[in-house]
Design a protein around this ligand. Sequence first.
Ligand SMILES: [Zn+2]
Length: 123
Amino acid sequence: MELNPLEQALHTARALVMADLAAGGVAEADIVSLVEDAVTHRRWWVEQWPEGAEFIAGLVAQDVQDALLERYGRWPLCPACSAAEEPHALDVEPELGPDPHWVCTKAAVAVAPVGALGEVPRR
Ligand SMILES: [Zn+2]
């Protein structure tokens, strides 16, 4: 069965965020449910506004980041800065746009596309 474009966007967003969680070693069962909650919420959102489908991955990443901050702590921690720096989280840019990336606002660098944190060498 072909997924419709909205379901495809949601499916992709879920996979990208799960990959980044796994890269940080935090893909635990209760955290997976946070991702499911975010995807469910954004399914409703994108049904209201189908033009927003290409923004879904960045939005789900930010939703999960916010949910984790309350229950788990900062995520994802910046792998780009030296260990001497205070640990700090990456931000998603653009906040509302296609092709989202994790950026370090401290060093002003794009660290990785959302979904590719596992490919970033750690210092
Ligand atoms: Zn940094």
